[in-house]
Design a protein around this ligand. Sequence first.
Ligand code: MLT
Length: 414
Amino acid sequence: MAHLNDNFLKLKAGYLFPEIARRVNAFCEADAAGKARLIRCGIGDVTEALPKSITAALHKAVDEMAERGSFRGYGPEQGYAFLRDAIAKNDFTDRGVEVYADEIFVSDGSKCDCGNILDILGHDNRIGVSDPVYPVYVDTNVMAGHTGDADSNGAYAGITYLVCNEANGFTPSPPTDGTKLDVVYLCSPNNPTGAVATRAQLTAWVEYAQKNDTLILFDAAYEAFIADPAIPRSIFEIPGARKCAIEFRSFSKSAGFTGVRCAFTVVPKELTAKAKDGSRQPLHPLWNRRMCTKFNGVSYIVQRAAEAVYSPEGKAECKTLIEHYMGNAKILREGAAKAGLKVFGGVNAPYVWVKAPAGYTSWQIFDKFLNEANVVITPGSGFGSAGEGYFRVSAFNSRANAEEVARRIQALKF
Ligand code: MLT
């Protein structure tokens, strides 16, 4: 008899986005005549076409695959040197950040890497996450058996939740009550709140990590949206981080790759963790071993497309793409503010985090937006109990849709 992984049975009703999809599908079925012009600002999925330099690189790579002499089979599991070198130079070295090409592992997505990283970590770590939180960090730990059951608020036993609210600007500070986290997930720019961590805040986290032997899992998937030059774009800008952090990056939002699939994870060579026998072992060879065993690399075609992101044309086109989405964020922020709502984020991040009007829960405001404005948003409580009373509006949309959503928000009666 095959036994299942019982940890999956601990998961709450479903991953947030499938639950949103269920409600939206029910709405669409009820609107069979298609009268409502639904605008989706729920899941953060890019809407604009791939930049020309990227599609040109894709076409060229496809043509290479059509010729016996230039055809490629399996590539290196860690990624081709041409892409790892381009990433190291453009994202790190040119910005004065110490990260080497052989510390970069190219993958098919940050979500996958955030979950897969648990393969190389032990089962007894004390895990810290912010609340609200990107659900993947929590659910992958539940699946791996690192938690107990969820309570009535959806909080899992065994996970330390660091509450993020208006008082702390939605950025968690390291625990001051003596709590020693073994692993902590930090996400800046933050999904879902759109908050960004300052250099001082990240320095406090690195100092905490050094003192408590904590591993920081730093999700920088949205770094390209940072407009403020004072905000760090990488945890490795902080002295000491190479010894205590892993960073996740993605081309999904910065270059429109959600349907193309390419990301990377940086594991510095100095980074170590404790083995059961008490010795300290580097994590880089473990992650390398994991990737070589369970992954055959991202396709050559896609890696050539990712390389094109760093060409002069690619950089200019991706900048335009980001400016487009951030223009939407501004319109959505201003629209919600004019409607009398309290607005956060959306300045260095493509997510606008909005306080629901008094008396509305997150799901109630979700239903109101869906039924009365025909706009899909994401209920804040889906990201954790501290997200209750808030909702997230994604700026990934056309300009016309962003403007229309801003109008519809202002037309709502609360
Ligand atoms: C979101 O809406 O939070 C993102 O699309 C999720 C993701 O990137 O996996």
